[in-house]
Design a protein around this ligand. Sequence first.
Ligand code: HEC
Length: 409
Amino acid sequence: MKERLILSFTFLLAISTVAFAQEDAYKGENLYQLKCGRCHFAYAPEKYSPEEWKIIVNEMGPLSGLNEDSEKIILGYLTEKAAMKERAALPTSPVLAGYVYTEFFSYENKVDTFDVHYLNVNIAGRLHQRVSYKAEFEFEHGGGEAEPPFIEQAYVDVWLLRNMGVRIGAILTPFNRFDEFHGPLENFLVSRPQMSREIGVSAWKEVGVNLHGNLFLHNDFYLNYDAYVINGLGSGSRLRNSRQYRDNNDAKSFGFRLGGVIADRVEAGVSYYRGAWDDDGDFDLTMYGFHLMGKIGEFSLFAEYSNASSKNPAPIEKGKADGFFIQASYLIDGKFRPTIRYGTLDYLDQGSLLGRALTDYDTRVIAIGLNYYLTRVIVFKVEYDFVQEGPRKTDISNNVFSLQAAFRF
Ligand code: HEC
C-alpha cells in the first residue's frame, strides 16, 4: 500500500514536471499570475492600495519564491494598477481581510442542518522594516458557549533575511499543506478530507516558534522550509480533540516541513512531527506526511498522505493512523470548477482502555463538487460525498449532500 502511494506520488511529480516546465514571459501581469495565482486566484490589483500591497507581498512573498527582481516586478505591476485612493497610507496601518461561509448539510444518517461554519477576520501589517504581524480571529458555528471566539493565528514575524523569518506566537502548525487551505477559496470543496480532519490536524493552532523561509537553488526551483518548537498535541487518542492550545506536559514538541517548488507549478514536500502526548511526557506521538500540489494551466492537483503513531503504556497497543487524499480540479471559463477527491482514513487507538473515548475510523470518501464563482471572491458550492466504510466496519448509509456560500472581504 505504502509503496504504491510513494510510486504514484513520484510518477505524478515526474509527469507534471516534464510536461509543464516551460518558459514564460517573466514580466508584470504574467509573473504575478504565475507566482501569486498558484494557490488561489491572483487577487485583482484594484482590491488594495500600493501600501497595502507592500504588506501583502511581504506576507505572501516567502510562500511564492520571490527574489528581489521578481518582487520588484510584481510590486511595480500591482502598484501601477492598485486602487487610486489609498485606504491605508501609513505603513503600520493593518490590512483588514477575512471570510464568511455558510453551509447546508443533508446527511443520510443525521439531522439535516444549516451551519454558519466560519466568520473569520484577520488583520496584518508591518511594524518595523524587519517585523510584520498577523492576527486572525475566528467565530465558528455561530460562537456561543460551546464555540467561543478563537484566535486562529496571532504572531509576529521577525525577518532575519529577506526570505527567512522567525515566527513567534500562535501559528497554524506547518504539517502538510491542507491546513492552510481550509478557507473557502483555497479549499475547492465544501468538505475537508477525513484524513486532514483527524491526522495532521486541520485548523491545528499551536503556540511556539517557527523558523521559516525559502531558499533559491535555481531560477526554476526553490525550497520552502519550516522548523518549529511548539507545545504540541496532548491526550493521545483522537488527535483532533487534543489540539487547540491545550498543553499538558513540560515536554515540547518539534517538527519540520520541507517542500520544493518546480517552475512555480508543482510543489512536493515532506512533514515530520514528534512530541510526548501524556502528562508525564513519557509517550511520544510521531507523525509524518507527504504533500504534492500542482497547478498547470487551469488544472489543479492536490494529494497528501499522513501517518501518525502514538506509544501507549503497556500492554495497550500503539495507536495508529494513516490516510491519504488525491484531488483533481479544473477551472472552466474562470467561473465553474468541477472537483473530485478520493480520500481514506484508517485510525485505531485503544484510548478507551486509558479512560478516553475509543478512536476507530475506517472510511473512504469520494467527493464530487461543482463551484460557481460569481466573482473571484464570491463562491457557491455544491457537493455530494459517497462515504464507504473500510474492512473493519459494516457499511451504513451515510452519504452527504452539501451546499456552501462563501465570500472573502
Ligand atoms: C503557497 C500558497 C500561496 C501562494 C504561493 C500565495 N498565497 Fe496568498 N494566500 C494563501 C493562503 C493559504 C491564504 C489564506 C490565508 C488565511 O486565510 O490566513 C492567502 C491569502 C491571500 C490574500 C487575502 C488576504 C489575506 O491576507 O488573507 C491575498 C490578498 C493574497 N493571498 C495575495 C497573494 C500574493 C500577492 C501572492 C504572491 C506574492 C500570494 N498571495 C501567493 C496561499 C498562497
